[in-house]
Design a protein around this ligand. Structure first.
Ligand SMILES: Nc1ncnc2c1ncn2[C@@H]1O[C@H](COP(=O)(O)OP(=O)(O)OP(=O)(O)O)[C@@H](O)[C@H]1O
Ligand SMILES: [Mg+2]
Length: 221
């Protein structure tokens, strides 16, 4: 599903160069639940950004679902993200002015679907994450665990082949985090979606099928 072949990502700030990824080779097969760990600054978020086509490598190849991100162009990358990738973030990133059901429906609406198609799909996801009773609430009326379940429902509403999660349990207590991890595991095992989850928490990483450890922008072998 994801192939990184000798990927370098170098950020230049003035005269200073930061090697965020420094020769990373890593393959993530379809349906795998992979945890990515490593010290702060080791390149974990950069790996997610390149996997999601939010940024391009300085050198080396990044292939997502058989497509090289370097050759897709802006429109191709936008479509890749809209149709195939669900993003989950540490701080949930919900739209504060939209109700829960509207937040979940948003990716479908942005892809040109009407409310008639998007809202029932969003409601089905709400039920799946156990939040039907919060349908018309606003994000600031929810607990952290509820907000993250809404964020996961929003990520899943497009039936993504790939879910990219950056510290999805980083702001949750361990019991609440456990519910999120169960959900991610189920999504990979029952639905065959590929999940890549960045985490600092060894207990969270144990939920994944495999752990990749990064150090200084490459695999820590
Ligand atoms: N847009 C950017 N411009 C300049 N440097 C960047 C940029 N993004 C990341 N970096 C640098 O690249 C390196 C890797 O960053 P990255 O965010 O991938 O680390 P991380 O493993 O996710 O760390 P953390 O655990 O703190 O989130 C860091 O040294 C960071 O400062
Ligand atoms: Mg990070």
């Amino acid at each position: 599903m994801i192939r990184f072949d000798d990927v370098r990502k170098i950020y230049t700030q003035g005269t200073r160069e930061v090697r965020a990824l420094d020769g990373l080779t890593l393959h993530v097969p379809r349906g795998e639940f992979l945890a990515v760990m490593g010290p702060s600054g080791s390149g974990k978020s950069t790996f997610l950004h390149l996997s999601g086509g939010l940024d391009l490598p300085t050198s080396g190849g990044v292939t997502v679902d058989g497509q090289s991100t370097a050759t897709l162009g802006d429109d191709g990358l936008t479509l890749l993200r809209r149709r195939k990738i669900g993003f989950v973030f540490q701080f949930f990133n919900l739209m504060p002015t939209l109700r829960v059901v509207e937040n979940i429906a948003l990716p479908l609406l942005l892809d040109g679907n009407g409310n008639g198609a998007a809202v029932p799909k969003a409601e089905a996801l709400l039920e799946r994450v156990g939040l039907t009773s919060r349908r018309d609430h606003f994000p600031d009326e929810l607990s952290g665990g509820e907000m993250q379940r809404v964020a996961i429902a929003r990520a899943l509403v497009i039936d993504p082949a790939l879910v990219l999660a950056d510290e999805p349990t980083g702001n949750l207590d361990s019991a609440t985090g456990r519910g999120i991890l169960e959900l991610l595991k189920e999504v990979s095992e029952k639905e065959g979606r590929t999940i890549v989850m960045v985490t600092h928490d060894e207990a969270a990483a144990k939920w994944a099928k495999r752990i990749a450890r990064l150090r200084d922008g490459k695999l820590d072998a």
